[in-house]
Ligand binder design. Structure first.
Ligand code: NAD
Length: 463
């Protein structure tokens, strides 16, 4: 750690410890003891946001962006410190990305028809108060993207975060409200509770003032919001395969795959989780991953030890291993790896538990296939019907097209690391809420609005 890193680390520890000692988070904007009180405050803030000019919403968003840039190190440190997952350097990059590339009010467009019978507009209006549930894996990143998009759409938002990330979330929500106040907006544009629980989540989901629910997390929470009887956006689990065929630039594919897979210790739901490789290039790909990209080749014994360590006897994830570095995981199975090691690789069948499970750890199994068709079938099986993300390295456009059609995912990265899909080293905007299951794809301000038709009969057409 450098002197600067040490200072940030110490500040983070002090802030977190202070939150613990008092047992409450006094002085923080947007934080309530009780979920009903939080929703009431959001309703009050919504009355002001609803009538706010777009220009004012944009002013608040620009202060949010500024504050996220300024606090990127702090937020990254808090997230890693509280959840024990991910790595600070990559989380800093993720925060700058959310500040720069999450769309604001410019994302909301109007459709118009004009003619002899007048003028009709379809404008995108706010839902009002939105209920959002956020994951432990990208805690502050998700809150920031959600807040920018939801506010741009004219909404306020009530969060029920993952309990393991509540302090990071509270810190972020305070920052968002400070930004609003600084830009002349209201307090409580984003709110939460001191102790998020399943009960507080239930109160939020059932509250009559909330008309839209947005869940970012695993299958349980997505099913919960889709069973609520309300409109819901479900950003669920993935298990993205990356297919490499014989036409790919194998050396580059190895580099891109390991960069994508190891980003924030494999926490992003879009990150490469397993490789499907054509038989003719599989050895070359493995060679470049090991010789040039810091990969540790796990033999059968180590694989078995990893299975015993990272999975529970029932086959679930050992939460203590999620989002840990390759070196930490290796040390858990008795291997002391050097600082150059970033990822654990091995070859196996698609049914291997370290391949078929969504691990969210830098462990990357390679499945060898005899033909492109077998590769597509294998990748489809590994994606488990989530239709979330899949990636490919190929120069054969027919292969790319066939793969994209068959996998039918919200995200498909071709010839790049997975994070290119988030606008990081790729075109397009950023979000950490990818609505795979309900079909909105990468969410943005427009996603959090409803279509409203406004018709003027027989006037205002000036053609
Ligand atoms: P998680 O499912 O354990 O928790 C997510 C959130 O849902 C938390 O706030 C949790 O408290 C809540 N929750 C869980 N079950 C619930 C239920 N039955 N009712 C109400 N709330 C419930 O997930 P996590 O470990 O925090 O995050 C990792 C998972 O989320 C992975 O599966 C990953 O793929 C997925 N994820 C998806 C996206 C996306 O954009 N599609 C983004 C991030 C993470």
């Amino acid at each position: 750690m450098s002197v600067d890193e040490r200072m940030v680390h110490d500040i983070v520890q002090k802030v977190m410890a202070n939150m613990q000692i008092t047992g409450e988070v006094s002085g923080m904007h947007g934080v309530f003891k009780d979920m009903n009180a939080a929703v009431d405050a959001s309703i009050e803030a919504q009355k002001k946001v609803r009538v706010m000019p777009l220009d004012q919403r944009e002013k608040i968003i620009s202060v949010i962006r500024k504050k996220v840039h300024e606090n990127a190190e702090m937020l990254a440190n808090m997230g890693v410190s509280e959840t024990g997952m991910g790595n600070v350097g990559d989380k800093i990059l993720k925060h700058h990305l959310t500040a720069e590339k999450t769309p604001g009010t410019e994302d909301i467009t109007t459709t118009a028809w004009s003619g002899d019978r007048g003028l009709t507009l379809v404008e995108m209006g706010p839902f009002g108060v939105i209920g959002a549930i956020t994951p432990a894996t990208n805690p502050s990143e998700t809150v920031i993207c959600n807040c920018i998009g939801m506010l741009a759409g004219g909404n306020t938002v009530v969060f029920n975060p993952h309990p393991n990330a509540k302090k990071t979330t509270i810190f972020t929500i305070n920052l968002i409200n400070e930004a609003s106040l600084e830009a002349g907006g209201p307090d409580n544009i984003a709110v939460t509770v001191e102790e998020p629980t399943m009960e507080s989540s239930g109160i939020m989901m059932k509250h009559p003032a909330i008309h839209l629910l947005v869940a970012t997390g695993g299958p349980g929470v997505v099913t919960a919001v889709l069973s609520s009887g309300k409109r819901a956006i479900g950003a669920g689990a993935g298990n993205p395969p990356v297919l490499v065929d014989e036409t790919a630039d194998i050396r580059k594919a190895a580099r891109d795959i390991i960069n994508g897979c190891t980003f924030d210790n494999n926490l992003p739901c879009i990150a490469e989780k397993e490789i499907v490789a054509a038989d003719s290039i599989a050895d070359e790909l493995m060679h470049y991953m090991i010789s040039e990209n810091g990969c540790y080749l796990a033999d059968r014994e180590i694989q078995e030890k990893l299975v015993q360590t990272v999975l529970t006897p029932k086959g679930g994830l050992n939460r203590k291993c999620v989002g840990r570095s390759a070196r930490t995981l290796l040390s858990m199975v008795g291997v002391e790896a050097g600082p150059e090691i970033r990822c654990i690789v091995f070859e196996g069948e698609k049914e291997h538990p370290l391949i078929s499970e969504e691990l969210m750890m830098p462990i990357l199994g390679l499945v060898r296939v005899k033909s492109f068709e077998e590769g597509v079938e294998t990748a489809l099986w590994l994606e488990h019907g989530n239709r979330h993300s899949a990636h490919i390295h190929s120069k054969n456009v027919d292969h790319i097209t066939a793969y994209a059609k068959a996998l039918d995912t919200a995200i498909l990265v071709k010839n790049g690391p997975s994070y290119a899909a988030l606008g990081f080293g790729g075109e397009g905007y950023c979000t950490f809420t990818i609505a795979s299951r309900t079909g909105e794809g990468l969410t943005s301000a427009q996603t959090f609005t409803k279509r409203r038709r406004c018709t003027m009969s027989d006037s205002l057409c000036i053609r």
